[in-house]
Design a protein around this ligand. Structure first.
Ligand SMILES: [Zn+2]
Length: 375
């Protein structure tokens, strides 16, 4: 039986009910269960992430809520010197990788018999939770800062979610949703561990697309870290079962405007300290002043011998244009990987002959207002 558990104080709790964090204040993990993934028993006819359903914590297949997410393309990024591949995870139903987490989380919510959820997001996660709630027939309310771009609000409300626009900063929005979460299920992409069970499937896909091998490195943007942690969980499970022979080095990228994970890494600290955003950034999707699962991110960094770098605004723009010149249109948050790759090569972390996969997390169509300014 799957339960919530706290890494800090080892308390366990049932997954039913409205609990979203430990009594000690820490985020919760899922207890390990007997689920074992095997390639032989994989649902190979299913061209969605549910082909790995043996590894996913949904007991009843009838609960599965799917919009066809997953199995996104893995393509080569023309580079004569290095084997650098791009995982086009923006090719998901709502235009971002967040659909992986939303699909598994809303399937679990459906299985638990929950009728109504709340979530707070200023962007892609809100759209994903709204879309999968619509498909599941679950009432959904998304709390957003009043300053959220109109395009994102349109996508969320078009899915039928109720929008609560909160005046003030991001913290005011968080405060409002936490009050609602006292009586309504909090389908949080940051607090709810079932979300990470969805994002871990990107590891399974990359491994399968490489012939059940792990690449040497994976580069991804880090805000709250849900791709980064998902990659660690996913490759950790595949490695523990002997399906891949190694776990890739996980290389994170932050915007120089807000980089608490980079600071902890570069100052050789084991814990992340909150770090305020210093200026506006194109990479709005990874602005996270105090990641909720900071200890888990630092654990993944340590265990995979990973590294973190930052990019500035000019470097993000270079990345957007470099990708677009090859026909790939992503939101600025995804484009951070381009110059980050160069920096990891320059610092000797990525060597000649290494295989590197970078995750492209969100579509350029999500950020038309920002991209028009630099086109
Ligand atoms: Zn605890």
């Amino acid at each position: 039986m799957i339960e919530y558990t706290c890494d800090q104080c080892n308390t366990t709790y049932p997954i039913e009910g409205l609990r979203y964090k430990c009594d000690c204040g820490q985020p919760l993990q899922l207890t390990k269960t007997e689920r074992v993934f095997s390639i032989d028993r994989m649902s190979k006819d299913d061209s969605t992430l549910w082909r790995y359903r043996g590894a996913l914590p949904i007991s009843d297949e009838k609960s599965i809520i799917s919009l066809g997410e997953g199995m996104t393309p893995l393509v080569s990024f023309d580079n004569p010197m290095h084997d650098h591949r791009l995982k086009l995870d923006f090719v998901c139903p709502t235009g971002s990788y967040k659909d992986r987490g939303a699909a598994v989380l809303l399937s679990k919510v459906k299985e638990l018999g929950v009728q109504e959820v709340v979530e707070d997001s200023s962007g892609n996660a809100g759209a994903a939770i709204a879309a999968y709630s619509a498909k599941a027939g679950i009432d959904c309310t998304i709390y957003c800062p009043a300053s959220t771009s109109k395009g994102k609000l349109a996508q969320i409300s078009m899915y039928g979610a109720k929008l609560k626009l909160i005046e003030g900063n991001r913290a005011a929005t968080t405060q409002a949703v936490l009050e609602a979460a006292e009586t309504i299920y909090y389908a949080s992409h940051n607090w709810n561990p079932f979300f990470l069970e969805g994002t871990k499937t990107v590891a399974f896909e990359i491994a399968e697309q490489l012939g059940w091998e792990a690449p040497d490195h994976i580069i991804c943007p880090i805000g709250f870290g849900s791709v980064y942690m998902g990659l660690h969980i996913g490759f950790g499970e595949l490695h523990a079962q002997g399906i891949v022979t190694k776990i890739p080095r996980l290389l994170g990228v932050q915007s120089a405007a807000c980089c608490p994970v980079y600071k902890a890494y570069s100052e050789n600290r084991s814990q992340i300290e909150g770090s305020p955003q210093t200026h506006e950034t194109l990479a709005e999707g990874i602005v996270s002043e105090a990641p909720i699962r900071g200890d888990t991110i630092m654990g993944a960094l340590r265990e995979t011998n990973g590294a973190v770098t930052t990019v500035d605004e000019g470097e993000i723009e270079v990345g957007i244009k470099a990708l677009a010149s090859k026909g790939i249109y992503v939101e600025p948050t995804s484009a951070v990987i381009v110059r980050a790759f160069d920096k990891f090569v320059e610092s000797g972390i990525i060597g000649a002959g290494d295989v590197t996969v970078s995750i492209l997390t969100g579509s350029g169509l999500k950020a038309t207002d920002k991209l028009m300014k630099i086109a």
